[in-house]
Write a protein that binds this ligand. Sequence first.
Ligand code: H2U
Length: 359
Amino acid sequence: MSFNPTEHQHIRYNPLKDEWVLVSPHRMLRPWTGQVEKPDDKEGQNTADLNNPLCPGAKRSSGVVNPIYESTYTFTNDFPALLEEIPEPKDEGEADGLFRTKAAKGTCRVMCFHPRSDISIPLMSVEEITKVIQKWISETKELGEKYAWVQVFENKGATMGCSNPHPHCQIWASDFVPNEGRVKNENQLKYFQKKGKIMLGEYATQEIEKKERVVFANADWVVVVPYWAVWPFETMILPIPKESLPLPKRFTDLTTSQEKSLADAMKVITTKYDNLFLTSFPYSMGWHGAPTGKHLTENMDHWVFHGIYLPPLLRSATIKKFMVGYELLAQAQRDLTAEQAAERLRNCSSVHYKIQNKK
Ligand code: H2U
């Protein structure tokens, strides 16, 4: 019997994070009797809810009334995890490396994508999504002048712990580089020093050649299920390497046409997600680029700006993947191969099922 990756378990390496994932495709045959989620399908009903604190004209918990915004709207989170001014702690564990503490300063913002509460990225127009991207860029530029890391992320859907259905994301800026960014920075730098090549540029080029994990590509961006994907339908948005243009290292490096084509790529991948299980597909997503603030003057040639979608659904709109026992205590494990997930997403229409149904 010879090795078949869609049948036989194996481990795959993630060079960005220096981690391994266990791939066990035969587990998809397992019957499911565990928890099922409630399908989330209230979108597209054009309802306004002034009790929703993220709506235009609504009163937030802080007492502040939102303006009647017509596109995006950003405000400082009324319950921020990071504050700009706090007393400095003492690092008493510095000598032996135990019980270490360091100061953590920053700010947290909330950004609404659209005035309507019943809409999400896949149901927005490319022009509307482009405005979201342009706002992400201006926020990253402004906060990045002061802070070492600006994390833009969207939690979508109650399954992902999102507290509010109004389309929005959060932006947390910190004076430290958090673990994900730190590890990605270290591993891209090591690869660059060892091979003299840019890891994610090389990776995108090879994925485009191999095709088997590519879900979608346009003139500037390729969406792949990474070889080392952990979540069942995890994807990564990468800029396509071109001789005429250096790869973007940060959000702030995008050209006007890359902004628009990125909006197109976001609309396509999120539409495919919704079409996969005919539901508003929950996920956590976000963007990673080279550290900012005091790192702006450092050489970051090893970095490539990229986006990551981490959706939990596995078998249907109601059955999600749990990252629990083995994943928490040993290492991540996935049930279908990255190639199988990519094929299923590739085969999903780029026209949203709600729009198809209206025809
Ligand atoms: P999530 O749905 O991803 O939890 O984001 C909503 C954020 O909006 C959350 O961080 C903030 C919450 O603190 N928020 C306010 O700042 N003011 C409000 O009046 C409601 C929610």
